[in-house]
Design a protein around this ligand. Structure first.
Ligand code: MRU
Length: 349
Protein backbone atom coordinates (compact mmCIF):
# COMPACT_ATOMS: atom_id res chain seq x y z
CA UNK A 1 0.00 0.00 0.00
CA UNK A 2 1.36 3.43 -0.96
CA UNK A 3 1.14 6.51 1.28
CA UNK A 4 -2.53 7.36 1.61
CA UNK A 5 -3.35 3.72 1.24
CA UNK A 6 -3.62 3.28 -2.51
CA UNK A 7 -6.10 0.43 -2.41
CA UNK A 8 -7.71 -1.75 0.22
CA UNK A 9 -9.74 -3.90 -2.17
CA UNK A 10 -9.73 -4.06 -5.95
CA UNK A 11 -10.85 -6.17 -8.87
CA UNK A 12 -8.08 -8.11 -10.61
CA UNK A 13 -9.42 -8.41 -14.15
CA UNK A 14 -6.60 -10.76 -15.23
CA UNK A 15 -7.31 -13.24 -12.45
CA UNK A 16 -11.07 -12.54 -12.46
CA UNK A 17 -11.28 -12.13 -8.71
CA UNK A 18 -11.67 -9.60 -5.90
CA UNK A 19 -8.41 -8.92 -4.08
CA UNK A 20 -8.33 -7.44 -0.61
CA UNK A 21 -5.97 -6.80 2.27
CA UNK A 22 -6.77 -9.30 5.05
CA UNK A 23 -7.19 -6.89 7.96
CA UNK A 24 -7.33 -9.37 10.82
CA UNK A 25 -3.64 -10.15 10.21
CA UNK A 26 -2.46 -6.55 10.44
CA UNK A 27 -0.14 -5.13 11.65
CA UNK A 28 1.95 -8.31 11.77
CA UNK A 29 1.37 -9.59 8.25
CA UNK A 30 0.33 -7.85 5.06
CA UNK A 31 -1.54 -10.55 3.14
CA UNK A 32 -3.66 -10.07 0.02
CA UNK A 33 -6.51 -12.56 -0.41
CA UNK A 34 -7.95 -13.49 -3.80
CA UNK A 35 -11.69 -14.02 -3.43
CA UNK A 36 -13.59 -15.87 -6.15
CA UNK A 37 -16.99 -16.56 -4.65
CA UNK A 38 -19.63 -14.75 -2.69
CA UNK A 39 -19.70 -17.30 0.14
CA UNK A 40 -16.03 -16.66 0.88
CA UNK A 41 -16.68 -12.92 0.69
CA UNK A 42 -19.50 -13.22 3.25
CA UNK A 43 -17.11 -15.02 5.61
CA UNK A 44 -14.48 -12.33 5.05
CA UNK A 45 -16.98 -9.62 5.97
CA UNK A 46 -18.23 -11.47 9.07
CA UNK A 47 -14.63 -12.07 10.24
CA UNK A 48 -13.70 -8.39 9.60
CA UNK A 49 -11.07 -9.35 7.04
CA UNK A 50 -12.77 -6.54 5.14
CA UNK A 51 -14.36 -3.91 7.40
CA UNK A 52 -15.22 -0.24 7.69
CA UNK A 53 -18.45 1.14 6.23
CA UNK A 54 -17.28 2.50 2.83
CA UNK A 55 -15.10 -0.58 2.19
CA UNK A 56 -18.13 -2.75 2.96
CA UNK A 57 -20.11 -0.82 0.34
CA UNK A 58 -17.41 -1.50 -2.26
CA UNK A 59 -17.12 -5.15 -1.18
CA UNK A 60 -20.89 -5.61 -1.39
CA UNK A 61 -20.88 -4.18 -4.91
CA UNK A 62 -18.10 -6.53 -6.05
CA UNK A 63 -19.89 -9.36 -4.25
CA UNK A 64 -22.93 -8.98 -6.50
CA UNK A 65 -20.58 -8.88 -9.50
CA UNK A 66 -19.02 -12.13 -8.27
CA UNK A 67 -22.47 -13.69 -7.96
CA UNK A 68 -23.22 -12.84 -11.61
CA UNK A 69 -19.96 -14.46 -12.68
CA UNK A 70 -20.32 -17.64 -10.65
CA UNK A 71 -24.01 -18.47 -11.13
CA UNK A 72 -24.11 -21.73 -13.12
CA UNK A 73 -27.74 -21.22 -14.16
CA UNK A 74 -28.58 -21.19 -17.83
CA UNK A 75 -32.07 -19.69 -17.53
CA UNK A 76 -32.40 -15.92 -16.90
CA UNK A 77 -34.94 -16.44 -14.09
CA UNK A 78 -32.70 -18.92 -12.29
CA UNK A 79 -29.68 -16.64 -12.80
CA UNK A 80 -31.56 -13.71 -11.27
CA UNK A 81 -32.66 -15.89 -8.39
CA UNK A 82 -29.04 -16.94 -7.70
CA UNK A 83 -27.82 -13.35 -7.73
CA UNK A 84 -30.67 -12.14 -5.50
CA UNK A 85 -30.01 -14.93 -2.99
CA UNK A 86 -26.32 -14.11 -2.97
CA UNK A 87 -27.10 -10.42 -2.42
CA UNK A 88 -29.47 -11.25 0.48
CA UNK A 89 -26.85 -13.47 2.09
CA UNK A 90 -24.21 -10.73 1.84
CA UNK A 91 -26.62 -8.10 3.18
CA UNK A 92 -27.24 -10.19 6.29
CA UNK A 93 -23.56 -10.42 7.26
CA UNK A 94 -23.40 -7.08 9.09
CA UNK A 95 -26.57 -5.10 9.81
CA UNK A 96 -25.36 -1.72 11.10
CA UNK A 97 -23.16 -0.20 8.38
CA UNK A 98 -25.66 1.03 5.80
CA UNK A 99 -23.04 1.21 3.04
CA UNK A 100 -23.03 -2.57 2.68
CA UNK A 101 -26.69 -2.78 1.61
CA UNK A 102 -26.29 0.46 -0.37
CA UNK A 103 -23.44 -0.98 -2.49
CA UNK A 104 -25.23 -4.32 -2.96
CA UNK A 105 -28.54 -2.70 -3.95
CA UNK A 106 -26.93 -0.28 -6.38
CA UNK A 107 -25.35 -3.11 -8.39
CA UNK A 108 -28.33 -5.48 -8.01
CA UNK A 109 -30.67 -2.85 -9.50
CA UNK A 110 -28.57 -2.82 -12.68
CA UNK A 111 -28.47 -6.62 -12.84
CA UNK A 112 -32.25 -6.83 -12.48
CA UNK A 113 -32.82 -4.40 -15.34
CA UNK A 114 -30.34 -6.10 -17.70
CA UNK A 115 -31.48 -7.99 -20.76
CA UNK A 116 -29.26 -11.05 -20.44
CA UNK A 117 -26.49 -12.58 -18.36
CA UNK A 118 -23.62 -11.13 -20.39
CA UNK A 119 -24.99 -7.63 -20.06
CA UNK A 120 -25.70 -8.17 -16.36
CA UNK A 121 -22.13 -9.32 -15.70
CA UNK A 122 -20.59 -6.38 -17.50
CA UNK A 123 -22.87 -3.82 -15.88
CA UNK A 124 -22.29 -5.30 -12.42
CA UNK A 125 -18.53 -5.17 -12.69
CA UNK A 126 -18.52 -1.68 -14.24
CA UNK A 127 -20.80 -0.37 -11.49
CA UNK A 128 -18.67 -1.90 -8.73
CA UNK A 129 -15.58 -0.25 -10.27
CA UNK A 130 -17.47 3.05 -10.37
CA UNK A 131 -18.49 2.73 -6.71
CA UNK A 132 -14.88 2.06 -5.79
CA UNK A 133 -13.59 5.08 -7.74
CA UNK A 134 -16.35 7.30 -6.34
CA UNK A 135 -15.43 6.26 -2.82
CA UNK A 136 -11.84 7.37 -3.28
CA UNK A 137 -13.02 10.69 -4.74
CA UNK A 138 -15.43 11.17 -1.79
CA UNK A 139 -12.64 10.56 0.71
CA UNK A 140 -10.41 13.17 -0.94
CA UNK A 141 -13.26 15.69 -0.97
CA UNK A 142 -14.03 14.94 2.70
CA UNK A 143 -10.33 15.40 3.41
CA UNK A 144 -10.31 18.75 1.65
CA UNK A 145 -13.29 20.15 3.59
CA UNK A 146 -12.27 18.62 6.90
CA UNK A 147 -8.68 19.85 6.77
CA UNK A 148 -9.98 23.43 6.86
CA UNK A 149 -11.52 22.77 10.28
CA UNK A 150 -8.21 21.85 11.90
CA UNK A 151 -5.83 24.43 13.43
CA UNK A 152 -2.32 24.80 11.93
CA UNK A 153 -0.92 22.72 14.78
CA UNK A 154 -3.15 20.32 16.65
CA UNK A 155 -3.64 16.95 18.33
CA UNK A 156 -6.61 14.96 17.08
CA UNK A 157 -8.16 11.98 18.82
CA UNK A 158 -9.72 9.26 16.69
CA UNK A 159 -11.44 5.98 17.46
CA UNK A 160 -11.47 2.67 15.55
CA UNK A 161 -10.20 2.87 11.98
CA UNK A 162 -11.82 5.27 9.54
CA UNK A 163 -8.79 5.24 7.29
CA UNK A 164 -7.71 3.91 3.93
CA UNK A 165 -8.32 0.38 5.20
CA UNK A 166 -11.97 1.21 5.90
CA UNK A 167 -12.51 2.66 2.41
CA UNK A 168 -11.18 2.16 -1.11
CA UNK A 169 -8.29 4.40 -0.11
CA UNK A 170 -7.36 7.66 1.74
CA UNK A 171 -10.04 7.35 4.42
CA UNK A 172 -12.75 9.54 5.94
CA UNK A 173 -11.56 10.62 9.42
CA UNK A 174 -7.98 9.72 8.52
CA UNK A 175 -8.54 11.29 5.10
CA UNK A 176 -9.11 14.61 6.91
CA UNK A 177 -5.86 14.10 8.81
CA UNK A 178 -3.97 13.09 5.63
CA UNK A 179 -5.29 16.12 3.74
CA UNK A 180 -4.40 18.46 6.61
CA UNK A 181 -0.86 17.05 6.77
CA UNK A 182 -0.58 17.35 2.98
CA UNK A 183 -1.64 21.00 3.29
CA UNK A 184 1.29 21.56 5.65
CA UNK A 185 -0.51 21.43 9.00
CA UNK A 186 1.19 19.87 12.02
CA UNK A 187 -1.22 17.13 13.07
CA UNK A 188 -0.53 14.67 15.84
CA UNK A 189 -2.95 11.78 16.21
CA UNK A 190 -4.06 10.00 19.36
CA UNK A 191 -5.46 6.62 18.26
CA UNK A 192 -7.70 4.91 20.81
CA UNK A 193 -6.97 1.19 20.73
CA UNK A 194 -10.69 0.30 20.28
CA UNK A 195 -11.50 -2.76 22.32
CA UNK A 196 -12.33 -5.51 21.69
CA UNK A 197 -10.84 -5.95 18.21
CA UNK A 198 -8.24 -3.18 18.39
CA UNK A 199 -8.88 -1.52 15.03
CA UNK A 200 -7.29 1.69 16.40
CA UNK A 201 -4.12 0.05 17.73
CA UNK A 202 -3.71 -2.41 14.87
CA UNK A 203 -4.99 -0.56 11.80
CA UNK A 204 -5.06 3.20 12.42
CA UNK A 205 -1.61 3.18 13.98
CA UNK A 206 -0.31 0.95 11.17
CA UNK A 207 -1.50 3.08 8.31
CA UNK A 208 -0.58 6.44 9.86
CA UNK A 209 2.88 5.24 10.92
CA UNK A 210 3.45 3.96 7.37
CA UNK A 211 2.65 7.44 6.07
CA UNK A 212 5.01 9.05 8.57
CA UNK A 213 2.15 10.75 10.46
CA UNK A 214 2.73 11.27 14.18
CA UNK A 215 0.53 8.70 15.96
CA UNK A 216 0.29 7.66 19.62
CA UNK A 217 -1.86 4.75 20.78
CA UNK A 218 -3.76 4.94 24.08
CA UNK A 219 -6.26 2.57 25.65
CA UNK A 220 -9.88 3.68 25.31
CA UNK A 221 -10.15 4.44 29.03
CA UNK A 222 -7.34 7.02 28.82
CA UNK A 223 -9.19 9.34 26.44
CA UNK A 224 -11.17 11.30 29.08
CA UNK A 225 -8.07 12.12 31.07
CA UNK A 226 -6.22 13.29 27.94
CA UNK A 227 -9.14 15.62 27.19
CA UNK A 228 -9.22 16.90 30.76
CA UNK A 229 -5.51 17.70 30.59
CA UNK A 230 -6.02 19.79 27.45
CA UNK A 231 -4.08 17.35 25.28
CA UNK A 232 -6.77 17.00 22.60
CA UNK A 233 -7.82 19.80 20.21
CA UNK A 234 -10.44 17.89 18.22
CA UNK A 235 -12.05 14.46 17.91
CA UNK A 236 -12.66 13.05 14.42
CA UNK A 237 -14.41 9.74 13.80
CA UNK A 238 -16.05 7.97 10.87
CA UNK A 239 -19.58 6.57 10.81
CA UNK A 240 -21.38 3.36 9.91
CA UNK A 241 -24.77 5.01 9.58
CA UNK A 242 -26.13 8.51 10.15
CA UNK A 243 -29.83 9.00 10.87
CA UNK A 244 -31.42 12.40 11.48
CA UNK A 245 -30.99 11.94 15.22
CA UNK A 246 -27.78 9.93 15.70
CA UNK A 247 -24.40 8.85 14.40
CA UNK A 248 -23.68 5.13 14.59
CA UNK A 249 -20.02 4.23 14.85
CA UNK A 250 -17.71 1.80 16.63
CA UNK A 251 -18.60 1.10 20.24
CA UNK A 252 -16.85 3.68 22.42
CA UNK A 253 -17.53 6.61 20.09
CA UNK A 254 -20.38 7.89 22.27
CA UNK A 255 -18.19 8.15 25.36
CA UNK A 256 -15.67 10.25 23.41
CA UNK A 257 -18.51 12.52 22.23
CA UNK A 258 -19.79 13.01 25.79
CA UNK A 259 -16.29 13.76 27.06
CA UNK A 260 -15.58 16.11 24.17
CA UNK A 261 -18.77 18.06 24.91
CA UNK A 262 -17.88 18.28 28.60
CA UNK A 263 -14.42 19.65 27.77
CA UNK A 264 -15.59 21.95 24.98
CA UNK A 265 -13.63 20.06 22.31
CA UNK A 266 -15.12 19.90 18.78
CA UNK A 267 -16.45 16.45 17.87
CA UNK A 268 -16.39 15.90 14.09
CA UNK A 269 -17.86 13.03 12.07
CA UNK A 270 -16.41 12.41 8.60
CA UNK A 271 -18.61 10.34 6.27
CA UNK A 272 -19.81 10.16 2.67
CA UNK A 273 -23.48 10.61 1.75
CA UNK A 274 -23.70 6.84 1.18
CA UNK A 275 -23.58 6.50 5.00
CA UNK A 276 -26.74 8.57 5.54
CA UNK A 277 -30.01 6.81 6.31
CA UNK A 278 -33.00 9.01 5.52
CA UNK A 279 -35.58 6.33 6.31
CA UNK A 280 -34.86 5.38 9.91
CA UNK A 281 -34.37 6.94 13.30
CA UNK A 282 -31.96 5.79 16.01
CA UNK A 283 -34.36 3.31 17.61
CA UNK A 284 -35.00 1.53 14.25
CA UNK A 285 -31.37 0.61 13.67
CA UNK A 286 -30.06 -2.86 14.52
CA UNK A 287 -26.78 -2.81 16.38
CA UNK A 288 -24.66 -5.83 15.55
CA UNK A 289 -23.93 -7.99 18.60
CA UNK A 290 -20.78 -10.04 18.11
CA UNK A 291 -19.43 -13.19 19.75
CA UNK A 292 -18.44 -13.57 23.38
CA UNK A 293 -14.91 -14.76 22.56
CA UNK A 294 -13.95 -11.35 21.15
CA UNK A 295 -14.31 -9.94 24.67
CA UNK A 296 -13.18 -12.92 26.74
CA UNK A 297 -9.98 -13.89 24.99
CA UNK A 298 -6.78 -12.29 23.82
CA UNK A 299 -4.41 -14.47 21.85
CA UNK A 300 -4.65 -17.92 23.41
CA UNK A 301 -5.65 -16.65 26.83
CA UNK A 302 -9.20 -16.53 28.22
CA UNK A 303 -9.59 -14.05 31.07
CA UNK A 304 -13.33 -14.03 31.80
CA UNK A 305 -14.82 -16.86 33.89
CA UNK A 306 -17.12 -19.16 31.89
CA UNK A 307 -20.06 -18.43 34.17
CA UNK A 308 -19.90 -14.65 33.65
CA UNK A 309 -22.19 -13.22 30.99
CA UNK A 310 -20.63 -11.01 28.33
CA UNK A 311 -22.06 -8.34 26.01
CA UNK A 312 -20.40 -7.30 22.79
CA UNK A 313 -22.34 -4.66 20.82
CA UNK A 314 -20.08 -3.63 17.93
CA UNK A 315 -21.46 -0.09 17.58
CA UNK A 316 -23.07 2.70 19.58
CA UNK A 317 -25.22 5.70 18.74
CA UNK A 318 -24.11 9.26 19.45
CA UNK A 319 -27.02 11.72 19.65
CA UNK A 320 -26.77 14.46 17.05
CA UNK A 321 -26.63 17.23 19.68
CA UNK A 322 -23.13 16.04 20.64
CA UNK A 323 -21.86 16.40 17.04
CA UNK A 324 -20.15 19.69 16.17
CA UNK A 325 -20.14 19.05 12.41
CA UNK A 326 -20.44 16.30 9.82
CA UNK A 327 -17.79 16.46 7.12
CA UNK A 328 -19.16 15.15 3.81
CA UNK A 329 -17.90 15.06 0.23
CA UNK A 330 -19.98 18.11 -0.62
CA UNK A 331 -19.21 20.27 2.39
CA UNK A 332 -19.70 20.69 6.11
CA UNK A 333 -23.04 20.12 7.79
CA UNK A 334 -23.73 21.48 11.23
CA UNK A 335 -26.60 20.18 13.38
CA UNK A 336 -29.55 20.54 13.64
CA UNK A 337 -29.55 18.01 10.81
CA UNK A 338 -32.40 18.15 8.32
CA UNK A 339 -32.22 14.70 6.81
CA UNK A 340 -34.20 15.55 3.68
CA UNK A 341 -32.13 18.55 2.73
CA UNK A 342 -29.06 16.57 3.74
CA UNK A 343 -29.83 13.80 1.27
CA UNK A 344 -30.64 16.24 -1.48
CA UNK A 345 -27.23 17.77 -0.68
CA UNK A 346 -28.49 21.30 -0.18
CA UNK A 347 -27.85 21.93 3.50
CA UNK A 348 -24.09 22.21 3.21
CA UNK A 349 -21.56 24.90 3.94
O1 MRU B 1 -16.44 -3.19 13.01
P1 MRU B 1 -15.74 -2.30 12.03
O2 MRU B 1 -14.25 -2.37 12.13
O3 MRU B 1 -16.24 -2.52 10.62
O4 MRU B 1 -16.16 -0.84 12.44
C1 MRU B 1 -15.73 0.23 11.66
C2 MRU B 1 -16.08 1.55 12.21
O5 MRU B 1 -16.77 1.68 13.18
C3 MRU B 1 -15.61 2.75 11.44
O6 MRU B 1 -15.37 3.82 12.28
C4 MRU B 1 -16.70 3.15 10.43
O7 MRU B 1 -17.05 2.05 9.63
C5 MRU B 1 -16.29 4.27 9.57
S1 MRU B 1 -15.05 3.78 8.41
C6 MRU B 1 -14.73 5.08 7.38
Amino acid sequence: MEPGGSTTLWWDSGAGCLCYIEQTLLPNELVVVECRDIGRLATAIRRLEIRGAPALGVAGAYGVALATLTSPSTSWEQFLDDVRKGAAMLRSTRPTAINLAWGINRVLALVETSENREQARKRALDEADTISREDTACCHAIGHYGAELLPESCTVLTHCNAGALACSSWGTALGVIRSAVKAGKQVRVIACETRPLLQGARLTAWELARDGIDVTVITDSMAAQFMRKGAIDAVIVGADRITCDAVFNKIGTYMHAVCAKHHDIPFYVAAPLSTFDGKNREHDVVIEERGREEVTTMGNRTFVPDKAAVRNPAFDATPMELVSAIIMENGILRPPVNIQSLLSCTNTK
